[in-house]
Design a protein around this ligand. Structure first.
Ligand SMILES: CC(C)=CCC/C(C)=C/CC/C(C)=C/CC/C(C)=C/COP(=O)(O)OP(=O)(O)O
Ligand SMILES: O=P(O)(O)OC[C@@H](O)CO
Ligand SMILES: [Mg+2]
Length: 264
C-alpha cells in the first residue's frame, strides 16, 4: 500500500474528535461562515476574536454560493488560525479540497433523490481523489416558522417542529444506514430553533454525535440545545448580525464543559 493511500485511509481526525467529545459529553462550538457574506476587509480581526474565544470549528458553506470565494476563505482561515475548517456544502460544486473535512450530507428528512444520493455520485470521484476527510452526515431539516433558503433550494419539506418522534425515527434510520453524524437544522435565520424536546428524542434514539443549528441567536438557546443533548452548536446569522454573540455562545459552551469537569 502506498503512503498516500494509507494517509487517506487514516484520515479520520475530526471524526475521532467528534466521537471522543460526544463520549465525554463535551460540547463544541462551530461558527458558520457564508462565503458570500464574509467581509474580507475585517476578516482578520474576526478570526482573532474566534481564536481568542476558542471556537472549535468553522463550517463553510451555503445553499447557494455566488462569489466562488470558498478557497479564498479557507486559505485566510488557515493562514491566521489553526481552527479546523469543515465544508458544509449545498451541492457538489462546493467541494474545496483544502478544507480539513467535509460534512457529506444526505438530506434524510426530505424525499428528493438528488440531495439523498444524486449530488454524492457526482462528487464522489473528486472527493476520493482529494483525500479530504469525509464526515457522513444525516442532514435533517426541521420546520422553523418560515420557508428557509435550504428548504427552498433543496425542494424538500422539513419535519414538523413538534414531531419529535418523526425526527427520532429518521435519525435512527440514518444511523442504521451507516451515517456517522446527525445534523438537526432549523435552517439559517430560522425564527424558532429546533426544540429541546426534539433534540432529546434524537439523543435517545442514536449514538452518533448530534450537530444542531438554525436560529440559535442567544447563549440561552445554545445552552438549551446543549442540555437537551446537542454535541455541536452551529451559529451563523446571529453572529453576522450581532458581534457580541460569538463571545457569548463561546462562554456558554465553555461554562457547560467546565461544569462537566466538576461533576466527574
Ligand atoms: C454531495 C455534496 C458534495 C453535496 C450535497 C450536499 C447536500 C445533500 C446538501 C443538502 C441541501 C443543502 C442545500 C444544504 C446547504 C446547507 C447550508 C450550508 C445552509 C447555510 O445556510 P443558507 O441556506 O445558505 O442560508 P442563508 O439564506 O442565510 O444564506
Ligand atoms: O444562520 P443560523 O440561523 O445560525 O443557522 C446556522 C446553520 O445551522 C444553518 O444551516
Ligand atoms: Mg447562505
Amino acid at each position: 500500500m502506498t503512503l498516500n493511500r494509507m494517509k487517506k485511509i487514516s484520515n479520520h481526525r475530526i471524526a475521532d474528535l467528534l466521537t471522543a467529545r460526544k463520549e465525554e459529553k463535551r460540547k463544541s462550538f462551530a461558527v458558520l461562515l457564508d462565503p458570500d457574506k464574509v467581509d474580507f476587509d475585517t476578516f482578520q480581526s474576526f478570526l482573532a476574536q474566534a481564536v481568542e474565544n476558542e471556537v472549535d470549528f468553522f463550517f463553510v458553506g451555503g445553499s447557494l454560493i455566488t462569489n466562488y470565494a470558498i478557497d479564498k476563505l479557507i486559505s485566510a482561515i488557515q493562514k491566521y488560525t489553526s481552527i479546523p475548517t469543515i465544508l458544509f456544502p449545498g451541492n457538489s460544486l462546493h467541494v474545496e479540497h483544502t478544507a480539513d473535512a467535509i460534512l457529506l450530507l444526505s438530506l434524510i428528512s426530505g424525499r428528493n433523490p438528488d440531495f439523498l444520493i444524486g449530488q454524492h455520485v457526482i462528487a464522489a470521484p473528486m472527493l476520493k481523489k482529494s483525500g479530504i476527510e469525509i464526515l457522513p452526515t444525516g442532514y435533517m431539516l426541521i420546520e422553523s416558522g418560515k420557508l428557509t433558503t435550504v428548504s427552498y433550494i433543496s425542494n424538500t419539506t422539513p419535519i414538523p417542529h413538534d414531531k419529535a418522534s418523526i425526527a427520532a425515527c429518521t435519525a435512527m434510520a440514518g444511523e442504521m444506514l451507516g451515517l456517522r453524524n446527525i445534523f438537526l437544522d432549523a435552517g439559517s435565520g430560522a425564527q424558532v430553533p429546533v426544540s429541546p424536546e426534539m433534540i432529546a428524542a434524537v439523543r435517545a434514539a442514536v449514538d452518533t454525535p448530534i450537530i444542531v443549528g438554525g436560529g440559535i441567536d442567544s447563549s440561552e438557546k445554545a445552552l438549551l440545545a446543549m442540555q437537551a443533548g446537542a454535541d455541536v452548536i452551529v451559529v451563523g446569522n446571529g453572529i453576522e448580525q450581532n458581534q457580541n454573540l460569538l463571545p457569548e455562545v463561546a462562554a456558554s459552551v465553555k461554562m457547560f464543559n467546565l461544569q462537566l469537569e466538576k461533576v466527574y
